[in-house]
Design a protein around this ligand. Structure first.
Ligand SMILES: Nc1ncnc2c1ncn2[C@@H]1O[C@H](COP(=O)(O)OP(=O)(O)O)[C@@H](O)[C@H]1O
Ligand SMILES: [Mg+2]
Length: 343
């Protein structure tokens, strides 16, 4: 039986009224007098539900509506219409109550006190959230260890590097043991090592503590390594919501096999439906289309015709798939943009 959803969003809409400005000097004078407004729909009739323990990646181009969605779920923004339930609470009606259940990290700005040493920020949060002593100490010890914050505790936040600050921000978001963690671009600007550190930590708290995590990101490696579910937003509309694996199956038609032959020389591979995309000594990268043939039949044919030492299947990267969905190809997002299908 499926769990009762922890987060439920129905027909969510958020509009912003934006001033339509004319550019240039004369334009800016005109703008002073005529206040023409237009409506921007940042989140356009979005529905989804998230079960306890899920790790969901919310992706989309700049301006797709990711941050607006997160802000509504955390109670920072009020929706224009639609309903939102986060662990039994309507976030924008009861922001304080909601904040007990959630942790929030915005990659682009810190929630910590800029001039205070890290440790003091934690103490402030502890009293704000009224975290009982025992829970605080246990939590603090564990998080400090896992995120290796020991050496940073005495350092004022403003002196931390971006990677160090992100680790502290995550610790701060978790100090009151929330069930849900929202992260808006947590790996933005981090170097590879810091990213790996952050990812390992997130994976651990999802696995071990069962914290439900919703993460927005530009970095498809975040999704690839962390999220079993991906939601793709395009101009405020969800264009894909499902397992990351299914996304690959659904959108990738071309598969690539890397095959090491036992002495093939310069021979061309003449098996039907197969194209050689790269050669390197006895190794060939062969591509085929899933709608023309399938992997079993390709491998059977090749093994029947050639001596093979090794075969590897190249998995498609989520990065390429998402790019493909946005490109003017045959994607639902592209069709929707051109008006060919209703959203
Ligand atoms: N406070 C605001 N006022 C006016 N427009 C906004 C505001 N916040 C967001 N928007 C607009 O809503 C759209 C979605 O923004 P956002 O949710 O920040 O996207 P993302 O996080 O996916 O980059 C964009 O077109 C953005 O310009
Ligand atoms: Mg954003």
């Amino acid at each position: 039986m499926p769990d009762k959803p922890l987060i439920k969003v129905d027909n969510l809409v958020r509009e912003f009224s934006v001033a339509e400005g004319e550019s240039g000097f004369l334009g800016s004078i005109k703008n002073l007098f005529s206040r023409k407004k237009s409506i921007k729909r940042a989140v356009d009739n979005v529905s989804f539900s998230i079960n306890p323990g899920e790790f969901v990646g919310l992706v989309g181009e700049n301006g797709a509506g990711k941050s607006t969605t997160i802000k509504i779920l955390t109670g920072i923004l009020v929706p224009t219409s639609g309903s939102v339930d986060v662990s039994g609470i309507v976030p924008y009606e009861n922001r304080k109550e909601n904040s007990k259940n959630i942790g929030v990290v915005f990659g682009q700005r810190t929630q910590l006190w800029w001039d205070l040493p890290v440790r003091e920020s934690f103490d402030l949060l502890r009293s704000i959230f009224r975290v009982p002593d025992e829970i605080f100490h246990e939590n603090f010890k564990e998080i400090t260890e896992v995120l290796d914050l020991g050496p940073l505790l005495k350092v004022p936040v403003r002196k931390l590097s971006l990677g160090q600050r992100m680790r502290c921000d995550m610790a701060a978001a978790l100090i009151h043991s929330p069930r849900i963690l929202f992260l808006d671009e947590p790996t933005i600007g981090l170097d590879i090592l810091a990213k790996e550190h952050v990812r390992a930590f997130l994976k651990k708290i999802n696995d071990e503590r069962g914290v439900t995590i919703i993460l927005t990101t530009h970095d498809m490696d975040d999704i690839e390594t962390l999220c079993n579910r991906i939601m793709i937003l395009d101009e405020g509309v969800i264009v894909y919501d499902g397992p990351t694996e299914t996304l690959k199956e659904r959108y990738v038609n071309e598969k690539i096999l890397k095959i090491e032959f036992d002495g093939i020389g310069d021979d061309e591979i003449l098996t039907p439906h197969i194209t050689t995309v790269k050669k390197e000594g006895n190794i060939r990268w062969l591509s085929f289309k899933k709608d023309e043939t399938n992997i079993q039949s390709v491998i059977t044919k090749i093994l029947g015709e050639y001596c093979v030492k090794d075969i590897a299947i190249h998995e498609p990267k989520v990065e390429d798939i998402v790019k493909n969905i946005y490109s003017t190809g045959n994607s639902e997002a592209a069709k929707r943009r051109s008006g060919a299908v209703a959203p």
